[in-house]
Design a protein. Structure first.
Length: 506
């Protein structure tokens, strides 16, 4: 096979950190290479050097045998290397067409944009990937999944020789991921090469032919995918074996439900939502993009208003019109968008972990007890294994996994009775995933009811006692643990099967 790109002894340091330590790897023409490693392993730094976003301190990059040097991502793109970053770079106030052809719009006399040509070219690209989007639609009205697909399409539209994808399915549902993989394979057959970064190990076996692993900035090795198991990859990534990622779950007997929702409805989003939650139960919510699972969680927590419906906690009807009322009732909602909606990124770990319960650390005169607050924050850093040198470090500078653990620690400060967790491990490495899953098991073990909203079916199947499937804002099916099956859940999610699974006597 022809090597299309080679990195030789690439090295990059930041103040106090050797991020990438003399890493060498090859990428063959038409190859899909999965690049794995925990947060902080150096994957993103390496690929940002390959994609021109940052310059290496040492080493060199060869493209089809010729040394290349990039001063920017634009230089790399012109050479045929495109990269889709984990953080989206779309402009929400511009249209689909304007984002795809940013700085590449067809122009005519006077350098004015030829809008009809722009929309036609965009429609051609959308059609070639069977994507049902209006070129004129503003990006801010797209779902997170649609924006993620659009970001990838934007890169593909430049016809690169090498496409680097950093966590491309972090916001995608199962169906969208399947759609993406189909198009990656199509482009692979046409000779495009891919470096595919993911924390979802099952995806490696679905899409990649070879896998390379990094740990602590070093290149650990590469293996053909058909020669390894998930446990082999975990051991390479973390330097130890994690035998049961999701922990163990026992089949629970039916008890009296302590949390209920009846006939919840929000116009244009969802309706007739009814379910119960037992103490210690982990209840999943599955569904395709546009199913409005997140909107259900937000409405229960009081972020979005309900048009009708009732909520009961411990046998009493409660009113929740805003998050403050939900917090008072000890209901926690952990958003899927931790950076924009969940955490105070420019504030310290200490300030984040106490944010929902700040009144617990104030005196009757309204002054904050700094000593009490600091002691509590230090305890939570230890308890939730948040890897930070001090409690005063800004959350912005933590890895994705540590940010997610900080988000969990934040909401545990209210001692919740009900936890609604939206995409609990999005963008989180396998080591942090195992720690988060263990924490959820611990919460459930002491009687806390947990609702997990997730696009990751293996996660729902591994963690949940029961799964509700949402289709177009309605519950289309309920699946018990001993009936768990991906195809069955997907059939409910797609609306193919709308009859609830028969409840078994457990």
């Amino acid at each position: 096979m022809t090597v299309v790109m080679r990195a030789e002894n690439i090295t990059k340091s930041f103040p106090g950190v050797l991020a990438v330590d003399h890493v060498s790897l090859d990428l063959e023409k038409g190859e899909i290479l999965a690049l794995l490693g925990e947060n902080g392993a150096g994957k993103s730094t390496l690929t940002q050097m390959l994609g021109g976003a940052i310059r290496p301190d040492a080493g060199r990059i060869l493209l089809e045998g010729q040394p290349v040097s990039f001063n920017s991502s634009s230089d790399a793109l012109n050479a045929g290397i495109a990269m889709v970053f984990q953080e989206l770079s779309l402009v929400s106030g511009l249209s689909v067409a304007e984002n795809i052809f940013a700085n590449r719009q067809p122009v005519g006399a006077g350098n004015f944009v030829r809008w009809s040509d722009l929309y036609q070219q965009t429609q051609t690209i959308l059609n070639s990937f069977k994507l049902d989007l209006d070129p004129r639609r503003l990006v801010k009205y797209l779902t997170m999944g649609q924006q993620q697909i659009l970001e990838i399409l934007k890169a593909i539209s430049t016809s690169p020789r090498v496409l680097i994808l950093d966590e491309p399915t972090s916001s995608l549902t199962e169906g969208e991921t399947t759609f993406l993989f189909e198009n990656i394979r199509k482009l692979q057959k046409e000779g495009m090469s891919f470096i595919y970064i993911t924390h979802k190990l099952f995806e490696v076996f679905q899409i990649a032919s070879r896998v390379a692993v990094m740990r602590d900035g070093k290149y650990i090795g590469s293996r053909n995918v058909n020669e390894v198991t998930e446990n082999d990859l975990v051991a390479m990534m973390v330097g130890r074996s994690i035998s049961n990622l999701y922990g163990s779950s026992e089949i629970k007997t039916k008890k009296n439900a302590y949390f209920k929702v009846e006939s919840l409805a929000r116009k244009g989003c969802f309706g007739n939502i009814n379910f119960e939650l037992q103490r210690g139960e982990i209840l999943g919510m599955a569904g395709l993009v546009g199913a409005h699972r997140t909107e259900i969680g937000r409405a229960i927590f009081g972020i979005d208003h309900l048009d009708s419906g009732r909520i009961f906690l411990n046998g009493e009807e409660i009113t929740i019109k805003n998050p403050r009322q939900a917090i008072r009732k000890k209901i926690a909602y952990l958003t899927e968008d931790r950076k924009n909606l969940g955490l105070f990124l420019n504030m310290a770990v200490r300030d984040n972990v106490v944010a929902p319960a700040l009144q617990s650390f104030t005196s009757s005169a309204g002054f904050i007890d700094r000593r009490k607050l600091g002691k509590y924050a230090s305890q939570k850093m230890t308890e939730f294994a948040i890897d930070s040198p001090t409690i005063t470090k800004k959350v912005l500078h933590l890895s994705g996994g540590n940010q997610q653990k900080c988000l969990i620690a934040m909401w545990m400060s209210i001692n919740p009775e009900v936890i609604i967790f939206d995409e609990p491990t999005r963008g989180v490495d396998v080591g942090a995933r195992a720690e988060i899953y263990q924490k959820l098991r611990e919460f459930a073990a002491v009687g806390t009811g947990i609702i997990i909203i997730s696009s990751d079916l293996p996660e729902l199947i591994g963690m949940c006692d029961r799964i509700l499937v949402i289709h177009h804002g309605r519950i289309s099916g309920e699946v018990l643990r001993n009936d768990f099956d991906e195809q069955l859940i997907l059939s409910y999610a797609a609306g193919i099967n709308s009859d609830a699974v028969k409840m078994r006597t457990l």
